[in-house]
Design a binder for this molecule. Structure first.
Ligand SMILES: [Fe+2]
Length: 396
């Protein structure tokens, strides 16, 4: 007989919410609670209704130099001066590297990303969002993208400088979190403003970020074509709020204005979101976030767990090993984005990818384009089967 103190009834009876060790710290809904209370204009639009203009929504804005509030401020401009970048990053939460990609690098990046997006639509493996199409896991879809992850100067001429800034912000040993392209398609909605470091919410008040994003901008962006929405300096509001502290009134958003070839580096606490594209042409940027070296499981279970253990594992064990993807971790070719991360959620079940790989049947989405053959388009892609499986499982 187990000691009575270890029984489910006893533990439950002796664990009222108010006695939780770090209850207040971990379950305070701050800083988002006060953020929305004091800044109701940050509420995302209703995607079922036409987008409203002229009512003060966060998407209804312009670039910094034309903005009534911001035009008198010294907001970051694209520069090649690393000292200026350091100052901009610290004060405003972002800096802009001028000509980070050469004209040739930009062109190659843009053409490949757009063609891939077309191909994925035709193959029925595209990932639409209310804002525009995402192309996930760029690493598999063109050499240039893998080189960007390595900050290879043959793909991104400012690579060495970017490495230096990442070392200074995240500490050496940082890793790539993900690399995908984000479309702002004509007629789309704005993305909800968010911070990419969101899952580390209770820790956002640390001085240095745990996530830093590098946004590749292969075409001009502005207030017309959905230049990314940002609230300059908003990362500081979180740092200054302190643990459980409140966020006061925030200044307005601006649209990012940048020339093709710019890379924006931004702090994981900066409030931002994709803007609204009011032109008739799609615009893309690509976001590569990087995180501190420890932001993954120490044991690489996904590779190391033996096939028979994997087969026999309960949903709970799969979850413990990180084989349950959720929006912020362990997604495979984008499968798992939007999943809740709870035990058994079919939308985050990535075991099927590992099993397919073990059987030699994992078919990844590779280079596709509008001129791909029917054979290429109709391959039994594992990610397509996974999406179907999840859809069926959540219906039943
Ligand atoms: Fe983001």
């Amino acid at each position: 007989m187990e000691p009575i103190e270890f029984t489910a009834e006893h533990v439950l009876e002796n664990s009222p919410r108010e006695s939780y060790i770090f209850g207040e710290f971990l379950s305070s809904r701050e800083p988002y609670k006060s953020l929305y209370e004091h800044n109701p204009w940050l509420t995302p639009p209703d995607y079922k209704k036409p987008l409203e203009w002229g009512a003060g929504g966060y998407w209804d804005t312009t670039v910094g130099r034309k903005h009534e509030y911001w035009k008198s401020y010294d907001l970051p401009c694209a520069t090649k001066d690393i000292h200026q970048m350091r100052r901009d990053f610290k004060q405003w939460g972002f800096c802009l590297i001028e000509d980070a990609m050469s004209e040739r690098q930009c062109h190659e990046f843009l053409v490949r990303a757009l063609d891939q997006a077309e191909g994925e639509k035709l193959a029925g493996v595209d990932q639409p969002t209310p804002t525009g199409q995402y192309v996930n896991t760029l690493i598999n879809k063109g050499d240039i993208f893998a080189k960007c992850i390595e900050q290879d100067v043959s793909a991104v001429q400012a690579g060495l400088l970017i490495e230096q800034i990442m070392n200074e912000t995240l500490g050496k040993g940082w890793i790539c979190h993900s690399f995908l392209s984000n479309g702002a398609d004509p007629g789309g909605y704005p993305q909800a403003l968010h911070m990419d470091q969101g899952p580390l919410l209770p820790w956002v008040t640390e001085e240095a970020p745990a996530l830093v994003n590098t946004m590749y901008i292969p075409q001009d962006v502005n207030e017309e074509n959905g230049g990314t929405l940002v609230i300059p300096g908003s990362h500081r509001a979180f740092i200054e709020a302190g643990t459980g502290g409140e966020i006061g009134k925030l200044p307005p958003t601006i649209n990012l204005e940048a020339k093709a070839g710019t890379i924006m580096i931004f702090d994981g606490r900066l409030l931002h979101g994709t803007g609204v594209n009011r032109t008739s042409k799609r615009r893309i940027v690509a976001t590569m976030s990087n995180v501190k070296a420890w932001m993954r499981t120490q044991e690489n279970w996904i590779l190391s767990v033996a096939p028979d253990v994997l087969e026999g594992a309960s949903d709970k064990l799969l979850h413990r090993m990180g084989l349950q993807a959720l929006t912020y971790g362990s997604t495979i070719e984008g499968f798992g984005l939007g999943a809740n991360g709870r035990v058994g959620d079919p939308w985050g079940s990535i075991k099927q990818f590992r099993s397919a790989a073990d059987d030699g049947n994992y078919i990844r989405v590779r280079r596709l384009s509008k001129s791909s053959s029917l054979d290429e388009l109709n391959q039994p892609y594992t990610v397509r089967a996974a999406m179907r499986g999840a859809r069926d499982a959540s219906k039943s």
